[in-house]
Design a protein around this ligand. Structure first.
Ligand SMILES: *[C@@H]1O[C@H](CO)[C@@H](O)[C@H](O)[C@H]1NC(C)=O
Ligand SMILES: *[C@@H]1O[C@H](CO)[C@@H](O)[C@H](O)[C@H]1NC(C)=O
Ligand SMILES: *[C@@H]1O[C@H](CO)[C@@H](O)[C@H](O)[C@H]1NC(C)=O
Ligand SMILES: [Mn+2]
Length: 507
């Protein structure tokens, strides 16, 4: 899933530019710090709505927190995956891996742990040493334990997609799914290997699958891609193989918590046009402890990066922490009626690699007569990696995918996406591929307008009107200099080396 990844990228942009702090950046940091604060202060009840508002204006507090964030960012920059030879030689004492874990490890142990950490983006060394069936704290709101569900619910197929996942992490995902889903509701598990090169995912995984299937023939199905297709098409590959009436599409670094399935299947049984996300908690990438996350809806910004949102006012008014949370979009893992998913057009397989598909699905489902919700009683813990194990720059893919969404679904608001990415609407120079099939789908499903969606489903999203121009003001005599917002304490624009980021990109 993409959510936290983006916030880190944004924050790093902000920190790098912190000499000339700027409002847009601070708004993001305001949100990020608010989010981080609410994550780290465990047990604190999220105060309805107030919090987001308060923090936005409170720049001082945010700047104080930047110090703390800066450390986080430095680690992420330093720990971008190194080439294997470099990894060997690198001093390891200052790695974030050892900030809260591994002090007692021998130098040799540390070396091994660090090497795996750099490869996977999480502590695979520790994962290999934890039981596959470890207990999880039950983090559901207390009312969840008293809810009752229909006796007869539809079965589910659980799909895990992965590329070069640590075997123990993948097996723990499978184990927790089997252990914490009532057996009569779990039809099968589908593993989609998106062309991993990792040896242990070949023979050892096959061995494990054969062992399970020896007892329950056909229970685990494996799909292997003969070339890398990316996350989007991998999810669809898994869906194609699924046979249960409901399909759950997940990353393969998760642990299912107790009682996750019944609320989800109940909501889908009541109305098959609901797409459901569980509530996510975090598995810390270093010590694998479970960290409780506050209840949240799932949305996006105008670049179409996903983000967590405070639940809507109407939800707080219910004063029922077990009630479903209406959500404008999805952050990536979701559960859906198998046939309904096909009827509304699966995922946009014309998208590449990663990012934007979750936002597109959310918008499409809402505009075309369905709905999206997050269930507080269904909880899944998910590892947020310290870094992605790809060297490829994902931003270009996300931008291209975002423009596809804009062109197909957003009507006059597509300008907002171009503006957010700071690219011209005409002749952007970006090849977004063929969108005629997606446009035809929208017509065929007789979907509502994006304006309707913004007003009815995502009123938190800011709309801009009467924009005359946007972009960067560049000096024509010395073209490496641009107009910049400058330090915000002085409120005076300055000329600065062009970097094209938000303090210079203006509207
Ligand atoms: C849950 O049910 C038990 C017994 O049925 C009851 O005592 C308790 O008050 C209920 N808790 C909530 C939060 O409704
Ligand atoms: C991965 O892709 C390459 C070519 O792109 C292929 O040669 C190889 O067999 C694939 N690996 C697996 C496990 O399918
Ligand atoms: C709270 O929400 C749950 C789940 O939707 C529902 O079953 C329950 O009746 C609600 N409780 C109250 C007191 O409204
Ligand atoms: Mn993930």
């Amino acid at each position: 899933m993409v959510c936290t990844r983006k916030t880190k990228t944004l924050v790093s942009t902000c920190v790098i530019l912190s000499g000339m702090t700027n409002i847009i950046c601070l708004l993001y940091v305001g949100w990020v710090t608010n989010y981080i604060a609410s994550v780290y202060v465990r047990g604190q009840e999220p105060a309805p709505d107030k919090k987001l508002e308060e923090d936005k204006g409170d720049t001082l507090k945010i700047i104080e927190r930047l110090d703390h964030l800066e450390n986080v960012i430095k680690q992420h920059i330093q720990e971008a995956p190194a080439k294997p030879e470099e990894a060997e030689a690198e001093p390891f004492t200052d790695s974030s891996l050892f900030a809260h874990w591994g002090q007692e490890l021998s130098p040799e142990g540390r070396r091994m742990a660090l090497k795996q950490f750099q490869y996977y983006g999480y502590n695979a060394y520790l994962s290999d040493r934890l039981p596959l069936d470890r207990p999880l704290p039950d983090l559901r709101p207390s009312g969840c334990r008293n809810l009752s569900f229909p006796d007869s619910l539809p079965e589910v197929s659980i799909v895990f997609i992965f590329v070069n996942e640590a075997l123990s992490v993948l097996l723990r995902s499978i184990h927790s799914a089997i252990e914490r889903t009532p057996p009569h509701l779990l039809k099968e598990i589908i593993l989609v290997d998106d062309n991993s090169s990792n040896e242990e995912l070949k023979e050892k995984l096959t061995e494990y699958v054969n062992k399970v299937n020896g007892q329950k023939p056909g229970f685990i199905k494996v799909v292997r891609h003969s070339k890398q297709e990316g996350l989007i098409r991998s999810r669809v590959s898994g869906w194609r193989v699924a046979t249960a009436p409901v399909v759950a599409l997940f990353d393969a670094h998760v642990e299912f918590n107790v009682g996750w399935a019944e609320p989800v299947l109940t909501r889908i049984k009541e109305n098959r046009k609901r797409i459901i996300s569980p509530s996510f908690d975090n598995i810390k990438y270093d010590n694998f402890e479970i960290e409780e996350y506050p209840l949240a809806a799932q949305g996006f910004d105008w670049e179409l990066w996903c983000r967590y949102l405070n639940p809507p006012k109407a939800w707080w008014k219910l004063e029922n922490s077990t009630a479903p949370i209406r959500s404008p979009a999805l952050i990536g893992c979701f559960i859906v009626d198998r046939q309904y998913f096909q009827e509304i057009g699966l995922l946009d397989e014309g998208m590449e690699v990663y990012g934007g598909e979750n936002v597109e699905l959310g918008i499409r489902v809402w505009q075309c007569g369905g709905s999206v919700e997050v269930l507080p009683c269904s909880r899944i813990a998910h590892i947020e990696r310290a870094h992605k194990p790809y060297t490829e720059d994902l931003t270009a893919h996300v931008r291209r995918n975002a423009l596809r969404v804009a062109e197909v679904w957003m009507d006059e608001f597509k300008s907002h996406v171009y503006m957010a990415w700071n690219i011209p609407q005409e002749d952007s120079g970006i090849d977004i591929g063929d969108i005629t099939a997606r446009k035809a789908l929208r017509k065929q499903l007789q979907c509502k307008t994006f304006r309707w969606y913004l007003v009815s489903v995502y009123p938190e999203m800011r709309m801009y009107s009467d924009i005359i121009a946007y972009g960067v003001l560049q000096n024509s005599l010395k073209t490496d200099l641009c107009l910049d917002q400058g330090p915000d304490t002085e409120n005076v624009p300055i000329v600065y080396i062009c970097h094209g980021m938000t303090p210079q990109a203006t509207t």
